[in-house]
Write a protein that binds this ligand. Structure first.
Ligand SMILES: Nc1ncnc2c1ncn2[C@@H]1O[C@H](COP(=O)(O)OP(=O)(O)OP(=O)(O)O)[C@@H](O)[C@H]1O
Length: 674
């Protein structure tokens, strides 16, 4: 200790959150203490020091004093504060710090609402997020053979647990030293210890499964959000807009192969990797980038401009406004948690955006996935009963970004797997109507979903269906421009995409709807190919091999020359969905089969549109769709119901049958499933 300096004790703990190293240094001077959290990465990247927050273990009162002290420190330097505790300048701090309240064993946010303009936050990512491959090995403090802190992490330490910052057992090193040794640059005393490294690996593995709550999976980014405002009705006001050619909101070069293959793996479905080597994918992407270069726009631009989006850009609340309940599911680009809004008690789903998963090309330069930005942009702008509602975007102190969504109890894939019986025809009609209404809303607003599949259709216990996962979506315009064909999970991918079409449109979503309809009826996927070739093969074997007559332009598709078509001249779909069955096959009326057939039409130009599908007779014939009470009076179903009642009156059939009457009594079909 240098003569004349205040004696400040310091203890330090290091941990690894799966993507970057975090270092927490606790300073104590008598009864006063403070904490500096550093989140830094990679030796190669010299901006290792990027994040600083500090706080006190005592109550908010002392925090104020603490911050005053901290503010007196010189900018970017470590200097002596009034109480003798030395801290780097608080100006480096991006957000209000968290107060860890030991007495009440709970964590509070010192400022209820943090102001974090989106662009600033996005810019901050540039210095905060690195590729996973670049993340350094986690190291221990010099001279410490084994880190109890790491042991604690392995046991499930949580960023947001006060324990993680107060447990004496987590001290790595306690020493009195000159505060002057605290440098805002990367510490010099880092050594790599094999034993610690293996502990870290173990910790990382555990964290990836369940050890942590919000902050377990990745290091994230920020977007801001409205103060819970959601401009009711905004999305509904979106009418069919003029073609948005100038408003492409995504970087098309980032959206295909890796996501598809990973998504397939996550879903337990087949991967397109079999067919496309990495190189092929990159070549494909490069071509696509070239073709679509003019479509790219600044990533900060909202997909669909609107009041709600701009409100979202003004400020951003902290994730601790929500109480963690449990992890729900994990996709390629996000981990979904169930949580409770501490203010309102409302149960919500929080989707934490994973950073730097998959290919480098899939990320903005500062590591935020383009797919997530796209999804946030779209979902903040849209409002429709059949599109999952994003209420706001929140962040944590490590720049992780969470989309706060309405919570849905099921996804269609999981639900069908757990159901003992198939959906009834009226269930399927009810679900199809909701799905089609959602798709109509997207198409009316010039958005292709491009990843419709059963796991992206959420359901709640009231029987409401909502489309989620807009990571693959994009705006389209007229005339069509070339896009990547590596979209839509294999089983639901339209034949034109499988054959490499670069110009495609809403018909790709309608094919997916056809596959979903068949799956809802049969309770198993219609075409479960294991590779692109196998997928094509399976489709042709069921629907018959298409000819130029069935599908004008087929021979000019890029993949046609490469593909070996089976020779199967007949459409055998009816065998799988007969009008009657004694062997338990899913049955489908003439009208239902007509709808399915028209959804699964080879030629995209002849494939049924969403408007025509919604007006299909199948929805008007018995058995009628189950009524879903959440539908507004303007909803299609009500129009159908009115039309049906009118028809019955005109034909002298009188009122609905008892079973039809059930629909009017808001009987959610979900009840029957349990
Ligand atoms: N609002 C929600 N409420 C409840 N569960 C949800 C919600 N949103 C998503 N989930 C669950 O999380 C899963 C993954 O979500 P999502 O598809 O958005 O993530 P992803 O990373 O984009 O997935 P993918 O791998 O398909 O791209 C869903 O299949 C669903 O089971």
């Amino acid at each position: 200790m240098a003569a004349g300096r205040t004696n400040v004790s310091k203890r330090r703990e290091d941990y690894y959150d799966g993507y970057s190293k975090k270092e927490v240094v606790h300073y104590r001077n008598g009864t006063r203490d403070a904490k500096v959290i550093r989140d830094w990465v990679d030796d190669k990247y010299k901006h290792g020091y990027r994040y600083l927050s500090n706080g006190l273990n005592s109550g908010p009162k002392r925090v104020e004093a603490r911050f005053d002290d901290a503010h007196r420190c010189k900018n970017g330097e470590v200097s002596k504060c009034d109480d003798g505790i030395l801290l780097p300048s608080a100006k480096k701090r991006k957000f209000s710090p968290i107060v860890w309240d030991l007495d009440e064993k709970k964590v509070e946010i010192s400022s209820k609402k943090r102001i974090a303009p989106m662009r600033t936050a996005l810019r901050s990512l540039k210095s905060s997020v690195r590729l996973v491959s670049e993340v350094p090995n986690v190291v221990s403090d010099g001279g410490v053979a084994k880190s109890p802190a790491l042991e604690n992490k392995v046991k499930g330490l949580d960023f947001f647990s006060e324990k993680s910052f107060s447990d004496g057992g987590s001290v790595v090193a306690t020493e009195s030293e000159s505060p002057g040794e605290l440098s805002p640059s990367l510490p010099q005393d880092i050594v790599v210890d094999d034993q610690v490294q293996s502990e870290v690996e173990e910790f990382v593995q555990m964290q990836n499964t369940s050890t942590s709550r919000w902050a377990s999976d990745s290091d994230l980014e920020d977007i801001s959000l409205s103060d819970g405002e959601d401009a009711p009705g905004k999305g509904e006001q979106l009418s069919k807009r003029s073609t948005p050619e100038s408003g492409e909101f995504c970087r098309e070069n980032s959206e295909d192969g890796a996501r598809l293959s990973e998504s397939d793996i996550v879903d337990g479905e087949c991967s397109s990797k079999d067919e496309y080597s990495e190189n092929e994918l990159e070549v494909d992407d490069v071509l696509d980038v070239d073709n679509t270069a003019e479509e790219d726009i600044a990533v900060e631009e909202p997909a669909i401009s609107g009041q709600r989006s701009s409100n979202m850009l003004q400020s951003c609340r902290h994730v601790l406004e929500y109480e963690y309940l449990n992890k729900v599911n994990e996709g390629t680009y996000g981990v979904v948690y169930r949580a409770r809004d501490k203010k309102t008690g409302e149960i919500v789903a929080l989707k934490k955006v994973k950073m730097n998963v998959g290919r480098k090309e899939d990320y903005l330069e500062y590591g935020f996935p383009t797919s997530s930005l796209r999804e946030i942009n779209i979902l903040l702008s849209f409002k429709h009963p059949s599109v999952v509602r994003v209420k706001e975007v929140v962040m944590d102190d490590f720049d992780s970004v969470f989309m706060v969504m309405e919570y849905m109890e099921h996804d269609l894939k999981g639900l069908m797997e757990s159901m003992k019986f198939r959906f009834s025809t009226s269930d399927v009609k009810c679900l199809m109507l909701q799905l089609l209404e959602g798709v109509k809303y997207l198409h009316d607003n010039w958005v292709l979903h491009r990843d419709l599949k059963t796991s992206n259709l959420l359901l709640n216990n009231r029987g409401e269906l909502k489309i989620c996962d807009f990571g693959m979506s994009r705006q389209y315009g007229s005339p069509l421009k070339p896009y990547t064909s590596m979209v839509v999970t294999l089983w639901y991918r339209a034949p034109e995409l499988l054959l490499g079409a670069k110009k495609y449109s809403t018909a790709v979503d309608m094919w997916s709807v056809g596959c979903i309809m068949a799956e809802m009826l049969a309770k198993k996927p219609l075409f479960s190919g294991t590779s692109e070739a196998d997928q094509i093969d399976k489709i042709f074997k069921t629907l018959g091999t298409p000819t130029e007559k069935d599908w004008p332009g087929l021979s000019e598709l890029p993949g046609r020359a490469k593909a070996k078509f089976v020779n199967q001249p007949y459409n055998l779909l009816r065998r799988r969905f007969p009008a009657t069955s004694f062997i338990g096959s899913p049955v489908l009326s003439e009208s239902g089969f007509d709808l399915l057939n028209r959804l699964l039409t080879y030629d995209p130009d002849q494939r049924i549109t969403v408007d025509d599908a919604l007006n299909h007779d199948w929805f008007r014939e018995d058995p009628l769709p189950k009524f879903n009470h959440t539908f507004s009076p303007q909803h299609t179903w009500n129009r159908h119901l009115e039309g049906m009642q009118k028809k019955r009156r005109e034909s002298g059939l009188g009122k609905c049958s008892d079973s039809q009457h059930d629909y009017l009594h808001h009987v959610p079909f979900m009840k029957r499933l349990y």
